[in-house]
Design a protein around this ligand. Structure first.
Ligand SMILES: [Zn+2]
Length: 424
């Protein structure tokens, strides 16, 4: 099947910052086959993108999609109180079906706001993976490993089961995701590191989210947090650190010598009063991508909202508007995300040979007009109503306000409402 997206303005995020004023994207099945200014060959489907903007699908570097029912749950709690008093007690009462519908709801929110791939860390493998499969969204899936709840062994057994079941699905990739250093024993974390090496998959872990966590690691390990990671074996792994809000210069230097990415989650860090990660400095050492975290602490999975905060926060934090550009932010949400997830050979930019994960933006709205700088407009002014089309793996999953998936949006919305009603 040949699909052609004709006459688009493309921001490809490929090396050298190529932006095309007029481009035809030729897609054969799931793959971008040609990028030309006027394609006249055979086509089964032609989408006319006249005046519309085409960007690579956005990549969410860290989230928990089964937490959709927690949207808006945090008004003024600290990270510790939020986890211990709100999140974990309610999570224990959730059924597999609750998590399935919550994950569908989250995927729907992401697809409608231009996100085509996400880095998941959550509980309940069956529910989450079935939801990702049914929603046809690309993911790096890491079920939460932790042993403070006495279920450490179960995590390994169940992971192996679903890994075998889903590993051939072209949209589902795996990580090993121990929750954090504070929810796992040292021996258990070393096993997680070894296990990820055995499977040749990345490790995804919460790390140095707030200063309290940093101090606790120093106390428990009698060393700096990055040295603690090294002592657990994690610097041997391809590593995705969620948050990393506080990492010392020595720590950054050590991380720079390994395959480490940091997922910056600015809204969640603000919401939980954790602080602001100095990514203007971090980016000189490691790859930085952008995550939303779960809606329990970020309130929206719309990556455009999160993007709009990144460079504003850095400029304010440093009292210097030159430290971070909108283009760097867009990179964080696209190609840097792909690098972090180990998927930059197939996604993250619009290039021949890559999978067709694309978003078509209609900027002919008052929020986005006039366009004086296209990149600034994309990063700071786009809202969900600007998303004209989302394509994942060559398949249109959303177009013109319609989901092209075998679900009734109303049913998913009703389900999530009834779960929240039951929780209260
Ligand atoms: Zn998180």
């Amino acid at each position: 099947m040949i699909k052609v997206i004709k006459n688009g303005i493309a921001v490809t995020m490929a090396e050298g910052r190529p932006i095309y004023e007029k481009l035809d994207i030729v897609i054969e099945d799931d793959t971008i086959k040609e990028l030309v200014d006027n394609y006249e060959g055979p086509a089964d489907i032609i989408e006319y993108a006249n005046k519309k903007i085409i960007i690579p699908g956005l990549i969410n570097g860290h989230s928990h999609h089964g937490m959709a029912m927690f949207k808006g749950i945090n008004d003024n709690l600290t990270l510790d109180d939020w986890l211990n008093k709100k999140i974990w007690p309610i999570e224990n009462s959730l059924t597999e079906e609750d998590i399935y519908y919550a994950t569908l709801f989250s995927c729907m929110e992401m697809i409608k706001s231009g996100c085509t791939c996400t880095n998941e860390m959550y509980i309940n493998n069956n529910a989450t993976l079935k939801a990702f499969k049914d929603m046809k969204i690309r993911c790096l899936y890491g079920s939460n490993f932790m042993d403070i709840n006495g279920k450490g062994e179960e995590c390994f057994t169940d992971y192996k089961r679903v890994y075998d079941e889903y590993k051939d699905n072209p949209l589902i990739n795996f990580s090993v995701a121990p929750h954090s250093l504070y929810t796992c024993s040292k021996e258990y974390l070393r096993r997680c590191s070894d296990f990820a090496l055995e499977l040749n998959v990345p490790v995804h872990i919460h790390f140095c989210e707030n200063e309290n966590e940093v101090n606790n690691i120093k106390r428990d390990y009698n060393m700096n947090p990055v040295d603690a990671l090294e002592s657990l074996g994690f610097l041997r792994n391809k590593l995705i650190l969620a948050h990393g809000t506080f990492i010392s210069d020595e720590g950054l230097q050590k991380l720079s010598e390994h395959d480490v990415s940091i997922s910056h989650n600015p809204i969640s860090n603000l919401d939980l009063g954790c602080g602001i990660a100095d990514i203007s400095k971090y980016k000189k050492y490691v790859n930085i991508c952008l995550g939303t975290d779960g809606v329990g602490s970020c309130n929206t999975l719309n990556m455009f909202y999160h993007m709009s905060m990144v460079d504003l926060l850095q400029k304010g934090f440093h009292k210097d508007p030159t430290v971070h550009s909108s283009y760097e932010t867009l990179k964080m949400a696209t190609i840097n995300g792909a690098k972090a997830l180990g998927l930059d050979n197939i996604i993250g930019s619009i290039e021949v040979g890559k999978k067709a994960d694309l978003v078509v933006l209609d900027l002919e709205h008052t929020t986005t007009l006039p366009i004086t700088d296209l990149i600034v407009d994309i990063v700071h002014n786009v809202h969900s109503n600007n998303i004209y089309m989302t394509m994942i793996n060559g398949e249109i999953v959303y177009k013109n306000n319609m989901l092209y998936l075998p679900f009734m949006e109303m049913e998913i919305r009703d389900r999530i409402n009834s779960i929240v009603k039951r929780m209260n």
